[in-house]
Design a protein. Structure first.
Length: 127
């Protein structure tokens, strides 16, 4: 099976310190303010669409395949190539990916999120 993702890995990640900007701890509910509420609304709107893309990818590639450390389509270079491809589609004015029919920016965002998570887990050996 190799070094595949397991639930214990998730629990270890949640114990890491949250990212702080401007000295504010965004993980603490006592520091929620009006700006954060607006950011949360924007994030939720994008996240709902991203979840649909991730679900579509799960059907196509297998659910959780992004967590597979040895997934060839998510190796550093190949994943970055895909992100550039989706950015180029957006730059050229395409608002629907030819394969999936959704906005290429959603694919870019999902790929970036997967790349970041894989990097955080130590899977991002640049090839």
């Amino acid at each position: 099976m190799g070094d595949r993702f397991y639930q214990d890995d998730d629990e270890k990640l949640w114990q890491k310190r949250p990212i702080k900007f401007s000295g504010r701890d965004y993980s603490r509910p006592t520091e929620v303010d009006r700006d954060r509420q607006h950011s949360t609304a924007m994030f939720k709107e994008a996240l709902d669409d991203m979840m649909a893309v991730i679900d579509q990818g799960g059907v196509k590639h297998g659910y959780g395949s992004w967590k597979d450390k040895d997934n060839p389509s998510l190796q550093h270079k190949k994943n970055c190539d895909s992100m550039f491809h989706h950015l180029a589609e957006h730059f050229m004015g395409l608002d629907k990916d030819p394969d999936s029919g959704v906005d290429p920016l959603l694919h870019l965002a999902c790929r970036a999120m997967m790349q970041y998570t894989r990097k955080k887990r130590g899977y991002d050996a640049q090839d």
